[in-house]
Design a protein around this ligand. Structure first.
Ligand code: MG
Length: 259
């Protein structure tokens, strides 16, 4: 007699999702269960971890490329090449809602990237509509910026999520109005001359010094309610910061190119 799971009355794909979810829940690993539907509200929320007081800003190492030193946005432009119109003040810069995303003038590939950011205080809105921005590696692969301090949203869309793919291992968010940091180690994808994927991108992220993305392998570029496949692109592309219509601030951005 063949074994049967018909008593569960679930089609096989739903059953696989359930099994993956149970496996993730048992290990307490928010990055387990990669078959979760995108932006699922059922996906377990990462546990909250107090990152401690920290010590920001972190000065750039000697071999770093400084992308914002507190003075001007000369290293940044809008997508159409226009000079950056976000607001520079007090050694930081702030999203000017409606002006569009900013991106670096230069392109970068594999890199160690340091970014400091702060969400608005007092906070406004809920879920995704609260202190939302993002760091898009190569303009395509988003590490989510969001006010996730006591603010629930789907796990793969909270602060330090690899948006739509991997929730952070823990929620190490600081309150709104307090500087936070991302330290990102990114290895871009590689394609052959015919545009076939040779190697997917990998990302490691520390949020306020706490490991939140542990060398995850990206499924492809970031999408909203979509996980599109990889498309061949150059090995160096601009880093992009998102205008999500919220006055999120940034400062002290630097990177070390990894050869
Ligand atoms: Mg975002």
């Amino acid at each position: 007699m063949r074994p049967s799971l018909r008593f569960l009355r679930l089609p096989v794909p739903r059953l696989l999702v359930l099994v993956a979810a149970l496996a993730g829940a048992r290990t307490g690993d928010a990055q387990a269960g990669r078959d979760w539907p995108i932006h699922s509200n059922e996906r377990p929320k990462p546990p909250v971890v107090d990152p401690g007081p920290g010590a920001l800003p972190v000065p750039p190492p000697g071999d770093a490329v400084v992308l914002f030193d507190g003075r001007d946005l000369s290293k940044w432009v809008h997508g159409n090449g226009d000079p950056a119109r976000w607001i520079v003040r007090d050694g930081s810069f702030e999203v000017r809602p409606g002006t569009g995303d900013l991106q670096t003038r230069d392109g970068f590939g594999d890199a160690q990237l340091h970014v400091e950011w702060m969400t608005p205080d007092p906070p406004r809105g809920t879920g995704q509509d609260r202190g939302n921005s993002g760091v898009f590696l190569m303009g395509r692969y988003e590490v989510q910026v969001l006010d996730s301090y006591g603010n629930e949203t789907y796990a793969d869309g909270q602060a330090a999520a690899q948006y739509g793919q991997f929730p952070p291992l823990v929620n190490a968010s600081r309150p709104p109005g307090v500087w936070q940091s991302y330290d990102i180690i990114f290895r871009g994808p590689r394609f052959d001359a015919a545009g076939r994927l040779l190697r997917p991108a990998t990302v490691t992220v520390l949020h306020n010094g706490v490991l939140v993305q542990d060398h995850v392998t990206l499924t492809g570029p970031t999408g909203h309610y979509a996980r599109p496949p990889y498309e061949a692109h150059p090995e160096r592309l601009p880093i992009r910061l998102q205008d999500h219509a919220h006055p999120v601030r940034f400062r002290n951005i630097w990177l070390r190119e990894l050869r």
